[in-house]
Design a protein around this ligand. Structure first.
Ligand code: ATP
Ligand code: SKM
Ligand code: MG
Length: 170
């Protein structure tokens, strides 16, 4: 069984994915961590040294590699993964369950403003400009996330409860 979590930056994909995999007793792969291990560099360094297009090509290649594994997996994608090239089509074809962790702009803003440093796309956006940036960016990305098989409203829901809700969907 393959379960793929998608959603905007800081929607909880990594946190929830790790917990879910532990409870289901299957392997967890965080695509961002997988890319970092493959490149032996942080995402932040990959962006600054090689640029975003290099990262997106690598992300596509690594997504294919991970989805091709012959084992049950929970895969947490990066915030942009479903929104580039054919990635969302591949996810829909290969995953038994794709799940969008849906969070409102104010809740995303609240989380992202506390953790901007390791997120290259927002680290140079001022606090004043951040709400407008997230609103516009989410507007562009949401059509991809919304293609997931399940849409899960995660507002006001702690990570353990999100995991329980996912288990009910499976
Ligand atoms: N359900 C939740 N309720 C409250 N806080 C949460 C919840 N899930 C995750 N968090 C917190 O939100 C922050 C972002 O979570 P996380 O890193 O899992 O997001 P992500 O979707 O993997 O982000 P990215 O796309 O940047 O990898 C972390 O500080 C995490 O502890
Ligand atoms: O939203 C995005 O485009 C990104 C989110 C992170 O998970 C990383 O994949 C990277 O920082 C890009
Ligand atoms: Mg993550």
């Amino acid at each position: 069984m393959k379960i793929v979590l998608v959603g905007y930056m800081a929607s909880g994909k990594s946190t929830v994915g790790r917990l879910l995999a532990r409870q289901l007793g299957i392997r967890f792969i965080d695509l961002d961590d997988y890319i970092e291990e493959h490149q032996k560099k942080s995402i932040k360094t990959i962006f600054s040294e090689k640029g975003e297009i290099f990262f997106r090509k690598l992300e596509h290649q690594m997504l294919n590699e991970v989805l091709g594994k012959e084992e049950s997996l929970v895969i947490s994608t990066g915030g942009g993964t479903p929104c580039y090239g054919t990635n969302m089509t591949i996810i829909l074809d290969e995953a038994d369950h794709s799940i969008y962790l849906d969070l409102s702009i104010p809740n995303l803003l609240d989380r992202i403003s506390k953790e901007k440093e390791n997120r290259p796309l927002v680290k140079n956006i001022s606090d004043k400009e951040l709400p407008e940036f997230i609103g516009k960016h989410l507007f562009e990305r949401r059509p991809y996330y919304m293609q997931a098989k399940h849409i899960l409203d995660c507002n006001g829901t702690d990570a353990e409860t999100v995991v329980e809700k996912i288990k009910e969907l499976l």
